[in-house]
Ligand binder design. Structure first.
Ligand code: PMV
Length: 337
């Protein structure tokens, strides 16, 4: 391709895992200990503009766009992004400066997998700028190398399983069913907006120190099979109890790691109790969580208004974000941020 400046803006949504990635065989390369299954969302998304200036030797620029203003990213985030840019540049065999500007439509680092959508959008935008045309499997493998394993799922839409295998070559995500297969909703109940105290990277690092870590691995085969089956059958009553078990086990492992990691807040328990009470009233809704205090409530469209109304009215709830299953990333030429 011609060696001229290229600019791309990509958008990718976050995802919520039904079976969790928690613990790695190789954390540096984000090769997970176990398979995970997730649903890609729609509203909770990241928008990333990338511009590639071939041959320019000066440092990459990494900007965060918030509230209409663009400012340099904090040093730790910048370092993580530049490491991924170096990897993608090396993959393309091209040399030059990259400018990145990124923003989220939801609170970052609060258990809504902003690293998944952020690094998925960034990987799509940067690979395109560098003249690469990866297929979905290759894109997933490249997004994984950001260090955010869940980003490898956010480059696909609908219902996604990761990985296919555990070597560098086959550690990518695949689609189990497209978004159109099952109109599932995820009411994200925000009880905490700030960044979490312990990153998921540190959580993964500590996971194997929990005495419950190996026991969970032994349970996962049948659980993965049950979730795959429930997606095919669109059977929320089969899916719901499994996704609740999974969320609780992730936090059980975090809380029993050495040193222990607590992501829950008192309001987290209030919301979990309210979800059980909703079920008692005949509303089919099930709770899951990532590495954070916020709760994702999975339900079908008919129950969504009751979930939003009841959980949105709880005194400790800051916000509810009604989200739903969605498609893969999109991209277009030009920068917007
Ligand atoms: O993608 P990471 O490295 O930020 O890990 C995410 C882990 C969880 O969100 C807690 C679970 C998952 O599978 O998404």
């Amino acid at each position: 391709m011609a060696d001229r400046e290229t600019a791309i803006t990509a958008e990718a949504a976050s995802n919520i895992a039904f079976v969790k990635y928690w613990g790695a065989r190789d954390l540096e390369r984000a090769i997970p200990e176990n398979r995970s299954i997730s649903m890609t969302l729609t509203r909770c998304r990241s928008i990333c503009s990338a511009r590639f200036e071939p041959g320019v030797a000066s440092a990459d620029e990494v900007l965060l766009a918030e509230d209409g203003a663009v400012a340099p990213a904090p040093a730790a985030f910048r370092a993580r992004v530049v490491k991924h840019l170096d990897f993608l540049r090396a993959t393309s065999g091209r040399f030059g400066r990259i400018r990145i500007a990124t923003r989220n439509t939801f609170p970052a680092a609060a258990g809504i997998a902003s690293s998944a959508s952020g690094f998925a959008a960034l990987t799509v935008a940067v690979t395109r700028c560098l003249g690469l045309s990866p297929d979905p499997s290759q894109l997933s493998g490249l997004a994984r190398r950001s260090g955010s394993g869940s980003a490898s799922r956010s480059v696909l839409g609908g219902f996604v399983e990761w990985p296919k295998g555990y070597t560098e070559e086959d550690c990518y995500a695949t689609e189990l069913a497209p978004a159109e297969a099952w109109d599932l909703r995820d009411v994200v109940v925000v009880v905490e907006r700030g960044p979490k105290a312990v990153s998921s990277l540190d959580g993964h690092r500590l996971a194997a120190t929990s005495p419950h870590y190996r026991a969970r691995q032994a349970l996962l085969g049948p659980r993965l099979a049950a979730v795959r089956r429930a997606i095919v059958d669109r059977d929320l009553e089969a899916l719901g109890p499994v996704l609740e078990e999974e969320a609780i086990e992730l936090h059980l492992i975090a809380m029993s790691s050495r040193p222990p990691v607590f992501y829950w807040r008192p309001a987290t328990l209030t919301v979990l109790g309210a979800v059980r009470a909703l079920r008692g009233d005949g509303v089919a809704a099930y709770a899951t969580m990532d590495a954070g205090a916020n709760v994702h409530v999975i339900c079908e469209p008919a129950c969504e208004p009751a979930v939003i109304e009841r959980l949105g009215a709880l005194p400790d709830v800051l916000e509810v974000i009604p989200d739903r299953v969605g498609g893969p990333p999109v991209w277009r030429p030009g920068t917007e941020l």
